[in-house]
Design a protein around this ligand. Structure first.
Ligand code: FES
Ligand code: FES
Length: 184
């Protein structure tokens, strides 16, 4: 059974190793912040960090994720205090929000590598599709997140979520016991 670390927690998935990581995260780990858009690698709604790189989880099998460190939107920050999350909210770069988790993960990866990206670099690093068309505000938000990382400005954190990811998972009886935690 594939084992990996998800949001700093060791997990063992009692699932077919060929299962896409996206399915396992959403349906077994109840980490539904990661979205299923196209399932074909086109939209980026399913982006997560795999060993620090922003990858489409619909294209990665559990077998391929074995032993890796996965970070989902739920693990980016516990209180929505990550500069990218703050800037997306502050710049109102969110409409329906379906694309937002994938964009936040791609943006977090970019900002970590390059805290002062150009518009071209932002567009290249964040190819995610947004059916609401937030692209202009998205560029402003990522530039602003970079300024926060460079300590040129601060943004007040958005309100903390009303429920933790763990409590949310515990509240879904059908998912109880899956995946199995191998530690903690
Ligand atoms: S759901 Fe993975 S790229 Fe669209
Ligand atoms: S905000 Fe609706 S899809 Fe991007």
């Amino acid at each position: 059974m594939p084992r990996m670390t998800v949001n700093e927690r060791p997990l063992e998935f009692d699932m077919d190793p060929e299962t896409p990581l996206l399915w396992a995260l959403r349906d077994a780990a109840n980490l539904t912040g990661t979205k299923y858009g196209c399932g074909n690698g086109d939209c980026g709604a399913c982006m997560v960090l795999v060993d620090g790189a922003a990858l489409r989880s619909c294209l990665i099998t559990l077998e391929e994720a074995e032993g890796r460190f996965i970070t989902t939107i739920e693990g980016l920050s516990r209180d929505r205090s990550h500069p990218v999350q703050q800037a997306l909210v502050a710049e109102q770069a969110i409409q329906c929000g379906f694309c937002t988790p994938g964009i936040a993960m791609a943006a977090a990866n970019l900002i970590q590598r390059n805290a002062a990206p150009s518009e071209a670099e932002i567009k290249e690093a964040i190819p995610n599709l947004c059916r609401c068309g937030v692209y202009p505000r998205l560029v402003s938000a990522i530039e602003r997140a970079g300024r926060v990382v460079r300590r040129q400005e601060t943004i007040s954190a958005a309100p903390a979520p009303g429920i933790s990811a763990e409590d949310a998972a515990a509240a879904v009886p059908a998912l109880r016991g899956r995946p199995r935690s191998t530690g903690q």
